[in-house]
Design a binder for this molecule. Structure first.
Ligand code: C2E
Ligand code: CA
Ligand code: CA
Ligand code: CA
Length: 280
């Protein structure tokens, strides 16, 4: 007789066993994939609404596995956040971004700021920024070209708060910028702006899903106004339609990121996108 999910004794539900098997495989493959450079960065443009110029890009990791094909972050980031491998992966993504910017400098091409996601797991080790700043120097990356995106989770842990505050100070001293990612999904979003000195907030996609709703509009324009008054940059995330874009223009939203302009692209695709955009 088959046991199902509602049965408290079914520890090894087939789905769960499959999941454990997958996690086991991903963990085993990790080091090898780092060595073989099977992790690649995709870039998604951020666009200034006032003049539709490129304001920067976000680096998003993809795992291009020789047998399994492309594996998306949602399938491995949570797992690697749990077992700490995420710190190694974030550093890898960061170094890849540094190497890319370095190459552009050598080729005398223009630079644009790139943001890199940082898991909250980094804040367990006080010294993590040292490695980041050493690499910044090694690759000759100018100040202001790299921004770290932190989610609210990094700020929630009471014991970590002071440390995160100091980290942001140190990031600024070292020439990095700092963004608060997925802004507005948690409960303390506004309080965080008071206590943490971030340069940018990235307003979460969920606010724009139902943008015809007048209440949603009031909330969005409110956030935009607050960010302006605080002198913090704002990016609207997950913008997919012309309607969303037009409304955000009316609200004087500074920057947008989303499928409407472009999905995350390989570096080659991104450079082509950037060139056609600049010709327009
Ligand atoms: P995120 O940092 O909030 O990144 C934005 C996610 O939204 C990306 O998903 C992006 O592809 C997706 N997106 C962008 N525009 C649109 C849109 O218009 N509509 C919709 N529906 N989605 C859009 P992705 O690349 O699958 O990444 C998911 C999450 O995985 C990221 O969310 C981030 O939290 C995490 N992640 C990705 N790369 C890294 C990394 O290198 N390090 C760490 N720690 N986390 C990463
Ligand atoms: Ca992000
Ligand atoms: Ca986000
Ligand atoms: Ca997210």
């Amino acid at each position: 007789r088959q046991r199902h999910g509602t049965d408290p004794c079914s520890f090894f539900h087939p789905e769960m066993a499959k999941q454990m098997q997958l996690e086991y495989e991903l963990n085993t493959m990790f080091e090898d994939s780092i060595k073989k450079r099977d992790f690649q960065i995709y870039l998604q443009p951020k666009v200034r609404l006032a003049d539709l110029t490129l304001s920067g890009a976000e680096a998003l990791v993809r795992w291009i596995h020789p047998d399994k094909g492309m594996i998306c972050p949602s399938d491995f980031i949570p797992l690697f956040e749990e077992n700490g491998k995420i710190c190694r992966l974030d550093l890898y993504v960061y170094e890849t971004v540094c190497a890319y910017l370095h190459k552009r400098i050598e080729q005398q091409k223009d630079l644009f700021p790139i943001s890199v996601n940082l898991s909250r797991a980094h804040f367990k080790d006080l010294n993590f920024l040292r490695k980041f700043s050493e690499l910044k120097a090694k690759y000759g990356i100018p100040d202001g070209m790299i921004e770290f995106e932190l989610t609210e989770y990094s700020f929630l842990d009471k014991q970590q708060r002071e440390m995160v505050k100091n980290c942001i100070k140190q990031m600024h001293r070292l020439g990095f910028h700092c963004a608060l990612d997925d802004f507005g999904v948690g409960y303390s979003a506004l309080a965080l702006l008071k206590d943490f000195d971030v340069d940018t907030i990235k307003l979460d996609r969920q606010f724009f899903v139902d943008m015809t709703n007048p209440k949603a509009q009031t909330i969005i324009s409110g956030f935009i106004e607050i960010s302006e008054k605080l002198g913090i940059h704002l990016v609207a995330e997950g913008i997919e339609t012309k309607e969303q874009m037009e409304l955000l223009k009316q609200f004087h939203c500074e920057m947008v990121q989303g499928y409407y302009f472009s999905k995350p692209l390989t570096i080659d695709e991104f450079e082509k996108w950037k060139d056609t955009m600049q010709k327009q």
